[in-house]
Every structure is written in structure tokens, then in C-alpha cells.
Write a protein that binds this ligand. Structure first.
Ligand SMILES: Cc1cc2nc3c(=O)[nH]c(=O)nc-3n(C[C@H](O)[C@H](O)[C@H](O)COP(=O)(O)OP(=O)(O)OC[C@H]3O[C@@H](n4cnc5c(N)ncnc54)[C@H](O)[C@@H]3O)c2cc1C
Length: 525
């Protein structure tokens, strides 16, 4: 052999370099990696863009989503008219996550005015990378869908994913079609059946009902952080407005009813519809024209409690732009990686892999970590030949770590321990607060001191907070019953849920350490 063989680039096409003076031999390219993605939500799209940014022409990717449609030569999100309720929630991305996304993606996502920094530094947002960033999930989806088409040239299929009878030449199927993944279900023989056993109380799976109240905010986002962290009934995540989430008891949840002309209709409780203001303090569903019962029921227990929650964050009913409701529960997966055919491996990503309680705000972070881990693993292991199970040992290990870390955190939040360490679910705490005698002065003092303590603790990890007087005003504006619920619900158990985080590989090339300067050194005497 009179040629040297060298490997060029990361995907290793073989390049034959001729001996000096001999004929140039054409390059022999390795076959591209073929990837299908089921589900083009934030995780499916982030995965596709990241793999493409890492492997370039060495990969062919196709992403399917049923919430898309074709418009001329582009793929766009379906809207209300096509039965798609775009999600409006604000999510908090930790800097260990956002700083690991491809640089082009970071630049597009974090355009001025499109994000805010509300939460403090912490183990998953170290000072070296920056603060967590609040961003609208809808904006993430819009940016990634555009980038998939305009920057990365990814094939987009505006339709539901249907598992094929045979995986002709497909190497990777990434399953990112959300918590109720039909694709995971179709491959349950390979992935196993998720179990709710570990997330049950007295033999029944624990589900929580939460009300999401979308508001436009008047106070700076970060001023509300100590109010959120001082109790567990309401959580406000904002980007100049956002969702005030409210945890409910089963009795309160039974009040989440939509009324049609001739009685209750399936709407907010069943289809996740959003009830919007329609004058006179009424909230109505665009789709079913039904009314949110608590907003018109003078005997409602729930409505005054909702209004109190708004007041806590300095928001009035006129600032509410929508109300919806959802149920949160968790299940344990046995594995996240499975061989689906001799040369095809399947991977569960995002909510299809780990659907979490969102109170500690980790669902999308965990989903993006899973996408980054698989993308970097593929880049490392793809050599143009069929994969073997061993190629994914590292990725599967990270997925199992994520499941352990994130579900332990979320479960601890769902069943918060009391001062003796005995688990006490949020419902019990709220019920306790709603009953019995209450000493208003003592409740105001307890909650106000908690808020000030948290304000002091967070002081050096975030921007300037509001004055003590402003916080006193917020606490003192509460009805006594709401105060008692807030005090009983307890402050966030930051010690119990904090600690080391699962690190995943980054898609951003490491910056080469600076070469030590030779100035002043001389090799010759
Ligand atoms: C109120 C609320 C607040 C939250 N706050 C935070 C937060 O602060 N921080 C955080 O990290 N996370 C948060 N989360 C969680 C976060 O929103 C989810 O973890 C995230 O949306 C999961 O992304 P995904 O792409 O895996 O799934 P999804 O967003 O569910 O996307 C799945 C996609 O698959 C598509 N699809 C479904 N079935 C099919 C099929 N058969 N074929 C083709 N396509 C299909 C769907 O159309 C959808 O586009 C919050 C969630 C809620 C509800």
C-alpha cells in the first residue's frame, strides 16, 4: 500500500492521500447515519438540530409531528383553527443545559427581549455559565422549527409517526412524542411497560391537579421569587407575564367545571382547553363556548382563593388572560434504549422518557439533557457501520441517572417531609390550612419572616429584589384562610431537593485551553 490513510473530521470519511507525484484517488464517503424522530416538540427538534450541527452531511434526519402542516414550501405549526392549542407556558432553562446547546441555537433562542433571568444561580446554573433563563416554550418551538428548515436542512413530515413494518436501513429512531407517547407504546415489548407503583400512596398512583392562570405581570419578574419560594400553594414563573400555577385539593379540583347551555360539558378538565376573559369577570372557552363555572358561581369556594393567589403576586383579575388545568403524576421506566431491529436502535427522549412534576421546573431541562446525551453519543460512536448495544452504554447510564435524580426530586416535592421527616402530601397540607382556628397576626408574621429569610439567602445569587415593605404589603393583602394554607404548605425544601446534578456532554466544542505564553523564556542561553 503506497498511500497513507488518515481520518478527517468527526464522522470519519476515509481519505486516501496519494504518495507525492502519484495520481489523486477520489474520496470514499462513509454512508450517512439515518435518523428518524417521532415528535417535533422542543426536545425532538432540539435533538435533530444538535445531531445535524455535530454530524453535518454525515447524517440524514427526518422529523415527524402531527401538530404541523404544510404551507407552500414550508412546514408551520397548526393553529387554533386546525385544533392545535399552542402552549403558552414559560419554562426555566438551567445554564448547564442552555449553554450546552449548539451556539447557533443559543443565538437564535436568546434574542434580546425573548428571555429573562428571574431565578438565582444554583448547582445546575453555576456562576461560570450564568443564571437560569426564562423563555416561552412557544418561542423555543418556533425558533427550532425555523432552524430545522432554514439552517439545518432537516426533512420535516407534517403527520403523525407510524412505526414501519420494516426499518429499511434506519439506524436510529428517537422517540420524543411526549408523555403519552404512542410510539413508546408501540414498542412496549422492547422498552417494557412504565409502572406507577413507585409513585403511589397506599397503593394508588398519586396525581395532582394544578390550575394554570396566565397573567400579564406588573412587577419585575424576579421580585416575585421569594414569594413563590416561601410557600407551596402558588408558583409564578414569568417573562413579563406568565403562569401562576395553583395546586388544588381533590375537592377544589371537582370545581373545575365548564358550563354549556344545558349543563356541564367536557372542556377544560378533559381536553385541556383554555378559558379566556369575555367581560363581566366571566371566562369562556373559545372552542366549546362554555363558561368556567367558578368565575360565575357566587357560591364557589375556589374562585376567591384564585383571586387571593393573584393578589399575592400583585396581579388583578383584569390581568388574567387565560385559565387552564392539568394533572401531574409520574411513572418509572425500566429502560430508555432498545434494539428494535438488527441495525436499528430506539431511544426514549424528553417527556416520552421521563415525564416529571413541573414544580421544581425540570421537565424540559431533563428532556434537553437526554437529547444532548444521545446526540453526542451518536457523534462519538458513528463509524459508518451498524451500531452495537455497547455503543449506548454511556447514554443509557445517563438516562438512568436522570430518572433517579429528577424523579427523586419531584417525588420529594409531591410528598414533602414535615419537620419529623414524615412525608406529608400537599393536599393534606392545604386541607389543614383551610380548617380550624387561625391567628392572623401570627400567620402574617410567620410568612413575612420566611419571605425575608429567603430574600436574604438569595441576595447574592440574583439581581436586586423588592423592598421589605413591598413584601409585607403582599403578605398582608392575603385573606386569613389563604395565609394559613400558605404557612401550612411550607417553604420550598431547597436543601432536600438540591445537591449534585447530572451532567451531560455539551454540543459546544470545548474551547482549547490557552497556550502558555513563551514570552520571556529563551531556549538558548
Ligand atoms: C405548566 C407547565 C410548566 C412547566 N415548566 C417547566 C419549567 O419551568 N422548566 C422545565 O424544564 N420544564 C417545564 N415544564 C415541562 C416541559 O413543558 C416539558 O417537559 C416539555 O414540553 C417536554 O418536551 P417534549 O418535546 O419531550 O414533549 P412535548 O412538548 O409533549 O412534545 C411532543 C411532540 O410530539 C408530537 N406528537 C405526539 N404524538 C405524536 C405522534 N404519534 N406522531 C408525531 N408527533 C407526535 C406532539 O405534537 C408534540 O409536538 C412545564 C410543563 C408544564 C405543563
Amino acid at each position: 500500500m503506497d498511500e497513507k490513510t488518515v481520518l478527517v473530521g468527526r464522522i470519519a470519511p476515509t481519505v486516501k492521500l496519494p504518495k507525492q507525484g502519484s495520481r489523486v484517488v477520489p474520496l470514499r464517503q462513509a454512508a450517512p447515519l439515518r435518523v428518524d424522530v417521532a415528535g417535533g416538540g422542543p426536545v425532538g427538534l432540539a435533538f435533530a438540530c444538535t445531531v445535524k450541527s455535530l454530524l453535518g452531511d454525515g447524517v440524514m434526519i427526518r422529523v415527524h409531528d402531527r401538530r404541523w402542516m404544510r404551507q407552500g414550501d414550508r412546514v408551520v405549526w397548526k393553529g387554533n383553527a386546525e385544533g392545535n392549542n399552542r402552549r403558552e407556558q414559560v419554562v426555566t432553562l438551567q445554564s448547564n443545559v442552555w449553554a450546552s446547546l449548539p451556539l447557533a441555537v443559543q443565538q437564535r433562542l436568546f434574542a434580546p427581549g425573548k428571555f429573562s433571568e428571574m431565578w438565582p444561580l444554583g448547582p445546575d446554573s453555576p456562576a461560570s455559565k450564568g443564571r437560569p433563563r426564562n423563555i416561552k416554550i412557544r418561542w423555543i418551538e418556533d425558533c427550532l422549527l425555523d432552524m430545522a428548515q432554514d439552517v439545518y436542512g432537516i426533512e420535516l413530515v407534517a403527520d403523525a409517526y407510524a412505526p414501519p413494518a420494516k426499518f429499511d436501513g434506519l439506524h436510529v429512531l428517537a422517540i420524543a412524542d411526549g408523555a403519552r407517547s404512542a410510539t413508546r407504546e408501540a414498542f412496549s415489548a422492547q422498552f417494557g411497560t412504565p409502572s406507577r407503583e413507585l409513585f403511589s400512596v397506599d397503593g394508588s398512583p398519586l396525581d395532582e391537579r394544578v390550575l394554570g392562570i396566565r397573567v400579564t405581570a406588573k412587577s419585575p419578574d424576579e421580585h416575585t421569587v421569594p414569594l413563590t419560594v416561601a410557600q407551596n400553594r402558588f408558583l409564578f414563573n414569568s417573562l413579563g407575564g406568565g403562569f401562576i400555577n395553583m395546586r388544588l385539593t381533590a375537592e377544589e379540583a371537582s370545581e373545575i367545571v365548564a358550563l354549556g347551555e344545558s349543563g356541564p360539558v367536557s372542556c377544560i378538565g378533559k381536553f385541556g382547553c383554555t378559558m379566556r376573559p369575555s367581560g363581566n369577570g366571566r371566562f369562556v372557552c373559545d372552542r366549546h363556548r362554555s363558561v368556567f363555572k367558578p368565575s360565575v358561581d357566587k357560591l364557589s369556594y375556589l374562585w376567591p382563593r384564585i383571586l387571593d393567589g393573584l393578589r399575592f403576586f400583585g396581579v388583578g383579575v383584569a390581568d388574567v388572560v387565560g385559565i387552564n388545568s392539568f394533572t401531574l403524576g409520574m411513572q418509572q421506566m425500566s429502560k430508555f434504549t432498545a434494539q428494535l431491529a438488527p441495525s436499528t436502535f430506539g431511544f426514549l427522549l424528553g417527556d416520552a422518557a421521563n415525564s416529571l412534576h413541573f414544580w421544581p421546573g425540570r421537565g424540559l431541562n431533563t428532556g434537553l439533557k437526554s437529547a444532548l446525551s444521545l446526540a453526542v453519543n451518536l457523534q462519538k460512536r458513528w463509524r459508518g457501520n451498524a451500531f452495537r448495544a455497547a455503543d449506548f452504554a454511556q447514554h443509557e447510564g445517563i438516562m438512568q441517572q436522570l430518572q433517579y435524580r429528577e424523579k427523586s426530586r419531584a417525588w420529594t416535592t409531591m410528598l414533602m417531609p414535615d419537620s419529623e421527616g414524615t412525608p406529608r402530601g400537599i393536599e393534606d397540607r392545604i386541607r389543614e390550612g383551610l380548617q380550624g382556628p387561625a391567628d392572623r397576626a401570627a400567620l402574617v408574621k410567620t410568612l413575612y419572616e420566611r419571605v425575608l429569610e429567603i430574600k436574604k439567602r438569595m441576595g447574592d445569587r440574583m439581581g436586586p429584589l423588592a423592598t421589605d415593605e413591598w413584601y409585607y404589603g403582599r403578605v398582608n393583602a392575603m385573606d386569613t384562610r389563604t395565609l394559613k394554607v400558605m404557612v401550612e404548605s411550607g417553604a420550598w425544601i431547597t436543601r432536600e431537593i438540591g445537591g449534585e446534578e447530572v451532567e451531560v456532554p455539551s454540543a459546544v466544542p470545548a474551547v482549547a485551553p490557552e497556550q502558555p505564553s513563551n514570552r520571556g523564556l529563551s531556549l538558548v542561553g
